[in-house]
Ligand binder design. Sequence first.
Ligand SMILES: [Zn+2]
Length: 170
Amino acid sequence: MKVRILGCSGGIGGRHLRTTSLLVDNDILIDAGTGVGDLAIAELAQIDHVFITHSHLDHLACLPFMVDTVGDMRSRPVIVHATEPTLEIIRAHVFNWAIWPDFSVIPSVEKPFLRFSPIKVGEAIDLDGRKVIPLPANHTVPAVGYQLDSGNASLVFTGDTGPCPELWNE
Ligand SMILES: [Zn+2]
């Protein structure tokens, strides 16, 4: 498991400031902030899974552009993993046809560019032996962190959180 920090700032500007996104290997994104914009189109097209910590714009600003850019280059949908409350916000306020088209039904319901997949805290998603485990977080909107577990080593990314005893216990 290789982790590349694409962005970890709260804002943009200049050569160094990009908002939050981590690329895991070539195919997994943790959050999709403006750091995603530095990837080449060929790199964007390899991303199969996007795990969102929470709905704040600095963590998902590039998701709509990415899906639109690579959709017709790919044979399967980009899967967006997030908790049900976060998915509801993303559906209602981003992919709502007013801010951006609903790519979960484009070009067709059967073969969309994007698929939403609900996750639950504590329930690991296993991607070819790489586990992504949602962890509790405490933020102003529904939020999670993630543990990335390769089997040999693991890393915890809290996302945005304040004091959160449940997270420290994990
Ligand atoms: Zn936030």
